[in-house]
Design a protein around this ligand. Structure first.
Ligand code: COA
Ligand code: ZN
Length: 308
């Protein structure tokens, strides 16, 4: 099985959408460039959503314009067709549409029914090839919903089947509120990898109950090779009560590199991005291993990665 892992940093979207103080597009681009400088190739750089719902993401068009010639794979989140059209007009090359494990979450996040969200993915896919846009989807509350409680694996398997058949490039299973445990993660990801293979699947964990890294490990063991994570552990969803930050990119890179997986990320440079995330937001704890990681900066790479 592959030792390569595809990391997608969602801090500039999932992280910054939730801050009490919004950053301007220039600051957002600074953070994105710090991630690029550390070798993070996939970055979710913003969203095209209602400015009333998420004021912090206003200006994502300017972020994309600024990044036009930067070497990275940038995606933007869209909740509906209007979001898709705005993303297309702003020159996005990859959009991530949100789907839902429960009706309550669909209503809370986007004021729509789950089936409507799936219908929008289908409509987007009918146009995206002509626009040269890749389409990804994230199933929000894939394990547990803050309103409806546990979500059955069969339900998520059914959505996954439908959406992969429609032709999305990538499907991300999101533990939006950080409620899943590694046993549940192993069960769902094993089932889905068996049915679809791992190439088009990824996972997105929040660290609310300190199980973020354990859940990454469980999914990895099941064959998943794509993970969302967030620089500085920034994150949380304004529409999902109880959600705290995403699993920190710093922690995930450390875990993977120590186990001999390749992420393409340089930990020392990543710590620069981590510091910048905290300077900009004053609210980026930096993952659970931050103190140890800071002490490794400047040591030879093999020592810093913990490999022997
Ligand atoms: N981008 C920008 N503006 C949008 C938009 C989008 N994608 N979709 C709708 N709007 C605007 C409409 O034009 C309308 O503006 P107006 O009042 O000036 O005419 C207004 O928002 C309301 O539109 P409506 O279609 O009635 O939407 P709604 O109020 O039912 O809200 C969403 C639905 C999807 C737009 C909103 O819930 C949303 O943006 N959710 C995203 C939440 C999010 O980002 N969550 C975190 C990620 S999972
Ligand atoms: Zn999230």
């Amino acid at each position: 099985m592959s030792r390569l892992v595809r990391l997608n940093d969602v801090g500039p979207r999932d992280g910054l959408q939730n801050q009490s103080v919004g950053l301007d597009p220039v600051q957002r681009v600074d953070l994105i460039r710090a991630l690029l400088g550390a070798g993070v190739r996939y970055i979710e750089v913003g969203s095209f959503v209602s400015p009333r719902a998420v004021p912090a993401m206003v200006g994502t068009d300017r972020v994309l314009a600024e990044l036009k010639t930067d070497p990275g794979e940038f995606s933007v989140l869209v909740p509906n067709m209007k979001g898709y059209e705005l993303a297309r007009d702003a020159g996005a090359k990859c959009v991530g549409m949100v789907l839902y494990g429960t009706e309550s979450m669909a209503r809370a996040n986007a004021n729509m029914a789950r089936a409507d969200a799936e219908g929008i993915v289908e409509q987007i896919l009918q146009r995206s090839a002509d626009h040269g846009i890749r389409v990804e989807a994230t199933i929000s509350v894939a394990w547990e919903c803050p309103f409806d409680g546990p979500v059955s694996a069969d339900e998520i398997a059914a959505i996954t089947r439908r959406v992969l058949r429609m032709g999305v490039d990538h499907l991300v299973l999101a533990d939006t509120i950080g409620a899943a445990n590694p046993k549940q993660v192993r069960e769902l990801t094993t089932m889905l990898v068996k049915e679809h293979g791992a190439d088009r699947l990824a996972c997105h964990f929040h660290d609310t109950r300190a199980l973020g890294l354990a859940n990454v490990y469980a999914a990895l063991e099941a064959g998943i090779r794509g993970f969302d994570s967030s620089i500085g552990g920034l994150g949380g969803c304004p529409f999902a009560p109880g959600a705290s930050g995403n699993v920190a990119t710093e922690d995930v890179v450390m875990l993977l590199e120590q186990m001999g997986y390749q992420t393409g990320v340089d930990l020392a440079s990543l710590m620069d991005a981590s510091r910048l995330a905290n300077e900009l937001t004053n609210n980026a704890p930096g993952g659970r291993a931050k103190a140890w990681l800071e002490r490794q900066v400047g040591k030879p790479q093999h020592q810093a990665s913990g490999q022997v």
